[in-house]
Ligand binder design. Structure first.
Ligand SMILES: [Zn+2]
Length: 218
């Protein structure tokens, strides 16, 4: 398997079919020579994509001029590593791989969406919102309306209801065909609606009295 040795690095090819969906790479992958035994042991079980990605990351720290060689493959393999570590329930570690994938290719909206959702699931809502916002700034809303919806849900959780409503009103124009979206919009409208001071029911703007308890509103 060893192709060439340079400094303390050895290089391997990823065998066809070892990583699902991998489109190949013109360059072999670097592994530190002293990690090679571990790597070979691990691959008896399953091709250890996260280890390969860790080694590539280390290698590119040492040889930053070689990033272009691995940009496309690195983005994909780092995403695979994120998925693998998520499945292994190492979800904090998965975040590092999502970030690495985005470092290789910051334009991949699907990766950024997965990263945002992973942050959101870990209740790191401010960071998730920041990622959703990046998607919202560039993506086609008809395809990526979930970013708008999930961002609004995170905002409402943090009590930023008005911001959530503003965001969803923007999305409303394209009418996402999904009841989840409309439920979220209804929730935002309810949270931001004026409330009856007596019974706290949500009221339509400009109402003269409460339609639920009859209290007069000034
Ligand atoms: Zn009332």
């Amino acid at each position: 398997m060893t192709v060439t040795a340079m400094n303390e690095w050895v290089f391997i090819d990823i065998p066809d079919g070892a990583v699902e969906g991998f489109a190949g790479c013109d360059y072999p992958f670097p592994i530190r020579k002293d990690r090679m035994d571990d790597f070979e042991k691990l691959r008896l079980e399953m091709f250890p994509v996260p280890v390969l990605v860790d080694e590539l990351d280390e290698y590119l720290d040492e040889f930053p001029g070689r990033v272009e060689r691995y940009r496309e493959a690195g983005a994909y393999l780092a995403l695979c590593a994120a998925v693998d570590t998520t499945i292994d329930n190492c979800r904090e570690r998965a975040l590092d791989y999502f970030r690495l994938s985005l470092w290789f290719d910051s334009s991949n909206l699907a990766v950024r969406m997965s990263y945002a959702v992973a942050l959101h699931a870990l209740e790191r809502r401010d960071e998730a919102i920041a990622e959703y916002r990046i998607i919202i700034a560039t993506a086609d809303i008809r395809q990526w309306w979930r970013a708008w919806m999930l961002c609004a849900q995170a905002l409402m959780f943090l009590g930023r209801d008005q911001e959530a409503l503003y965001l969803l009103r923007d999305a409303e124009k394209t009418v996402p065909d999904d009841p989840l979206f409309w439920d979220t919009l209804a929730e935002a409208q309810d949270k931001t609606a004026p409330k009856c001071p007596a019974c706290h029911a949500a009221l339509p703007a400009g109402a003269g009295f409460c339609g639920f308890c009859g209290a007069r509103l000034s």
